[in-house]
Design a protein around this ligand. Sequence first.
Ligand SMILES: [Zn+2]
Length: 187
Amino acid sequence: MDDKKILQIFKDAGVLMEGHFLLTSGLHSPVYWEKFKVLQYPEYTSQLCGLIAEHYKQEHIKVVAGPTLGGVILAFETARQLKVRCAFAEKDGTKRVFRRGLFIERGQRVLVVDDILTTGGSVIEVINAVRASSGNIVGIGILVDRSDQTIDLGFPLFSCLKSVTQTYSPADCPLCSKGVPLIRLGG
Ligand SMILES: [Zn+2]
C-alpha cells in the first residue's frame, strides 16, 4: 500500500478532521486526528496492523504490547496476524504496568505498538513496562507518526504513515486572524 492509499483509509474512517482546533498542547491546528475512529472499522484496522506485522514478520516476535486504550485493539490485531500473544500496559500513576495476569517473560522478543506518535509519551511508558519485565524490545510499530522531529526512542521505528501537521501558537495563528471559530476538543 502506498502513502496515498493509507491516507485515504484515515480520511474514509473520518479520522482526519479539518477546521481550526485547540490541541491539548495549547497550540492551534488546521487538522485534528480523531484516532479512535479508525478502530471502529475492523477492516481498516486489520489492514494497518497488517503493515506493521509484515514489517516485523522476520523478527521472531513473541509478544505484541500496546498501551490502553486504543493500543489494546492494535496489539490484539497485530498479534493475531503474527500468530503470537498480546499484552497491554495500563496506567498506574505516572507509569504503565502489565496487570490481570498479563506478562512479558524475561528476554522475550516484544513488538510495541501504538496509534499516533506525537511526543512519544505512551510508547515510552510501554517501553518502560516491558523493560521492568526484562523483555527484549525488537521494535515499535505506529499507525501515524506525527512527531515533528525525529524522536529517538532507542529502537527501530516503523509507521504506516508519516504526517507532520502545521501548528500555530494562538498569538500568530492565521485561522484566528481570519476569525475562524476555534473548536475545543474534549480530552
Ligand atoms: Zn487559531
